[in-house]
Design a protein around this ligand. Structure first.
Ligand SMILES: Cc1cc2nc3c(=O)[nH]c(=O)nc-3n(C[C@H](O)[C@H](O)[C@H](O)COP(=O)(O)O)c2cc1C
Length: 329
C-alpha cells in the first residue's frame, strides 16, 4: 500500500518527517499494525541507499516525538512521526546496492534447487549490526520442509478468512486504468504475468471480476503458495528481542537491505507473511507454532522470506508518485 507521508520541516530545510499513513492501514490482515511499521523501515533504508549514491548522508532518528498511544493507534500515526530524517550534503559516489532499488523486490516464481553458498550466507548474516535484531538463514532439509509446511498452512487459513481476502481484493488493480489511477496495491504483474498475457488476463478479470475474487482467488493463492514452497531451497527469518515499534521499523530497514543485497548476489526473495499475521484465526496454531519452534526465547519473528536463484525475472509493479507522498499541514 506504500503507506508513507512526508512532511517537510518548516524550521530546517535539511530535515523532513516520515509518518505512517493511517488511511492506508490494512487492519484485517495486520491488526496490530506491525507490518505497517516494518514497511516504514523499508522506506527509510531505500532512502539511505539512494542518499549514498546521489551524495547525501542521512541521519535517521526514530519516533522523535515519542512512541504511539497503542490504544489510539490510527490517531497516533497521524500526529507522531515515525522518523525525523536530516540530510547532509556529501559527494556522490556509486553505491553498488543502488541499482537494485530499481528491480522488483519480490519474485513469486519457483526458485532453483541450489542452496546458498557459505559466502552468500555470510554476506547476508553480516548486515545486522544490532544484537537485538537477528537474521538467520535456514536451508537444512528438515527446516525447509517444516517452514514450507507452516507457510502453506498460513496461506490455507488466510484463504478461508473472508474479511482478510476481501481486504486484499479491494486493492487488486484489475487493468491499466486502475493501475494508473491508484499506483499501489496488487495487479496481475504481481502474479508474474507480463507481455501479451498481461493484457489478456487484465481483460478477463476486468470483464469477469469473479475470476480474481472469492473461491477462485483463494484457490489461486493456495496453489501459488504450494508451488513457491515446493521450489524453495532456503528461508530467511528476521527476529527481534522485543516487539517494540522501534524494533519493527528497524526490521523493515534490515529487510530492505537484505533484499537489495540478495539481488546484488543474483538471488530472488519473497516474503511469506501469512503465518506471522496476528488475527485470531492465524494466532491459534500456526503463529504460535512457528514461534514455539523458531523463537523459543520469546523473541518475535518479524519477517519470513524464501530465497534462492530465480528461474525467471519478475515484472515491475506500480509505485506512487513521490510528490503524492508529500503533505502540507
Ligand atoms: C511487511 C511486508 C510483508 C510482505 N508480505 C508479503 C507476502 O506475504 N507475500 C508476498 O508475495 N509479498 C509480500 N511482501 C512484498 C510486497 O508485496 C511487494 O513485493 C513490495 O511491496 C514491493 O513490490 P515489488 O516486489 O513489486 O517491487 C511484503 C512486503 C512487506 C514490506
Amino acid at each position: 500500500m506504500q503507506p508513507w507521508k512526508i512532511k517537510l520541516d518548516k524550521n530546517d530545510q535539511r530535515s523532513f518527517f516520515l509518518y505512517a499513513d493511517s488511511s492506508r492501514m490494512t487492519s484485517e490482515v495486520d491488526p496490530e499494525s506491525r507490518q505497517m511499521m516494518v514497511t516504514q523501515g523499508t522506506f527509510l533504508d531505500d532512502m539511505e541507499v539512494a542518499g549514498k549514491e546521489i551524495g547525501y548522508q542521512t541521519k535517521i532518528s526514530l519516533f522523535p516525538d515519542g512512541g504511539y498511544n497503542e490504544r489510539d493507534i490510527a490517531n497516533s500515526m497521524d500526529i507522531k512521526p515515525v522518523a525525523k530524517i536530516t540530510i547532509e550534503k556529501t559527494s556522490p559516489r556509486h553505491y553498488p546496492l543502488y541499482n537494485a532499488l530499481y528491480l522488483p523486490d519480490t519474485n513469486r516464481a519457483p526458485y532453483k534447487d541450489d542452496k546458498l553458498t557459505a559466502a552468500q550466507i555470510s554476506r547476508l548474516d553480516s548486515i545486522s549490526e544490532d544484537p537485538d535484531l537477528s537474521v538467520k538463514v535456514y536451508q537444512d532439509k528438515s527446516d525447509v520442509e517444516r517452514l514450507g509446511k507452516l507457510a502453506l498452512e498460513g496461506a490455507k487459513i488466510e484463504s478461508g478468512v473472508n474479511r482478510v481476502m476481501e481486504e486484499a481484493n479491494k486493492i487488486f488493480r484489475a487493468n491499466e486504468y486502475q493501475k494508473k489511477k491508484y499506483r499501489d496495491g496488487f495487479s496481475v504483474e504481481g502474479q508474474g504475468t507480463s507481455g501479451i498475457m498481461r493484457h489478456l488476463l487484465q481483460g478477463l478479470v476486468t470483464a469477469f471480476p469473479s475470476l480474481n475474487s472469492g473461491k477462485a482467488a483463494s484457490d489461486l493463492f493456495i496453489k501459488s503458495t504450494r508451488t513457491s514452497v515446493d521450489h524453495t531451497p532456503a528461508y530467511v527469518m528476521i527476529s527481534t528481542k522485543d516487539n517494540s515499534r522501534v524494533r519493527q521499523v528497524k526490521s523493515g530497514m534490515l529487510y530492505s537491505r537484505l533484499v537489495l543485497t540478495a539481488h546484488d548476489l543474483g538471488l530472488a526473495v519473497q516474503p511469506l507473511s501469512q503465518v506471522l499475521e496476528e488475527y485470531p484465526e492465524m494466532r491459534a496454531p500456526p503463529l504460535c507454532k512457528i514461534h514455539h519452534d523458531y523463537a523459543p526465547d520469546g523473541s518475535t519473528i518479524q519477517m519470513l522470506f524464501r530465497i534462492g536463484k530465480p528461474t525467471k525475472a519478475f515484472p515491475l509493479s506500480m509505485r506512487r508518485d513521490v510528490m503524492d507522498l508529500i503533505v502540507n499541514e
